[in-house]
Design a protein around this ligand. Structure first.
Ligand SMILES: C[S@@+](CC[C@H](N)C(=O)[O-])C[C@H]1O[C@@H](n2cnc3c(N)ncnc32)[C@H](O)[C@@H]1O
Length: 314
């Protein structure tokens, strides 16, 4: 996953921007500018947040929509970084490049699901990892005894062995959160992503939650077209909540829909609807499309059903 997404030939480093209408997936800020406007309401409702940093900024749409000056972007993809720099946004490739040592708020949309995971399998009363074998002209899957860190993750998250599942092991998300906190000690963390709570894993009908996307559609097995498909998985938010609690944060988990409704969605929606009634012609069509974008980001069966995690340093 690391190679396929982030190497020089990786999905995020070709000359194409991935997170827009011409790309391979659409995220909330690309669907509706009100996503950022509502986050701005939330930021203003918190007391005087300075040194705000976005991780995994993509094209920078969300920073633009929030519209608060001096939000710094951290973005691994060189293609996306070019877009951010064009927009005049202070941009860095990694957290380690930042000169600041503190931040009142770090936020990110759909970054966790792109942080490479490992795959654990339980078989004949033992844990294994699914690995990718480099064969002469192709890639294939193999099994290896599980590594210690992966096994520790399984144990600390009380994962119940089940031979019917492949388990996405989020060691790298934990490492990432640890390094962010060590480097800039954020007062608050705000993350949005698709995922699930562990108690509900059985309700997901799939044995594996890892999948690929290309041109806005589900695509092939990850090893069939590496570098040309987005590889992603549903994020285990119970694991992230417990890691952040362990790191000294108070954690609130809610649905994206509820976050948006709690922070002024209806006021924006009603204003836009009034404009729609008064508008004519092309203007009316434009407003209608904005209303549809707003409906999409709160739709419980779509983007509104994503999780929103708010962590606050104790
Ligand atoms: C699915 S895109 C989301 C982009 C944007 N946040 C949006 O909502 O449209 C995920 C982005 O996170 C970036 N990313 C992944 N891991 C990262 C990391 N460790 N540090 C910075 N950016 C990262 C990827 O390069 C990619 O641009």
């Amino acid at each position: 996953m690391e190679e396929a997404l982030y190497s020089d030939l990786g999905f995020f480093n070709t000359d194409q921007v991935r997170s827009d209408k011409e790309g391979d997936f659409l995220t909330s800020p690309e669907v509706s500018k009100y996503f950022g406007k509502i986050i701005r309401n939330w930021i203003h409702s918190e007391s005087n947040l300075k040194n705000i940093i976005e991780i995994g900024s993509g094209t920078g749409s969300l920073i633009e929509q929030i519209g608060i000056k001096e939000i710094t972007a951290v973005e691994l993809s060189s293609t996306a970084r070019e877009e951010l720099i064009k927009k005049g946004i202070d941009t860095h490739a990694t957290i380690d490049e930042l000169t600041t040592k503190t931040s009142d708020l770090i936020f990110g949309n759909e970054i966790l699901d792109n942080i490479p995971c490992s795959i654990g399998l339980y078989k004949d009363e033992g844990w294994y990892e699914k690995v990718v074998l480099l064969e002469e002209n192709s890639l294939a899957y193999g099994l290896r005894p599980i590594r210690n860190k992966e096994l520790d993750w399984i144990n600390k998250n009380n994962i119940v062995p089940n031979e019917d599942y492949e388990f996405e092991i989020q060691v790298n998300i934990d490492k990432f959160l640890n390094s962010v906190i060590k480097k800039i000690n954020p007062g608050k963390i705000l993350l949005f992503d698709y995922g699930y709570e562990q108690k509900n894993r059985d309700k997901r009908m799939y044995s594996s939650l890892l999948r690929t996307y290309k041109n806005h559609h589900l695509s092939v097995d990850p090893i069939d077209d590496p570098g040309n498909t987005d590889i992603t998985y549903d994020v285990n938010f119970s694991s992230i909540s417990s890691e952040l609690k362990y790191l000294g944060y108070d954690v609130t988990l809610k649905l994206q829909r509820d976050f948006l409704l709690d922070n002024g969605f209806n006021i924006f929606f009603d204003e836009l609807q009034e404009k729609y009634i008064a508008a004519e012609g092309i203007e009316k069509l434009k407003i209608n499309s904005e209303l549809n974008g707003m409906k999409a980001i709160v739709d419980s069966n779509g983007l509104g059903g994503f999780y929103c995690l708010i962590a606050e340093k104790l």
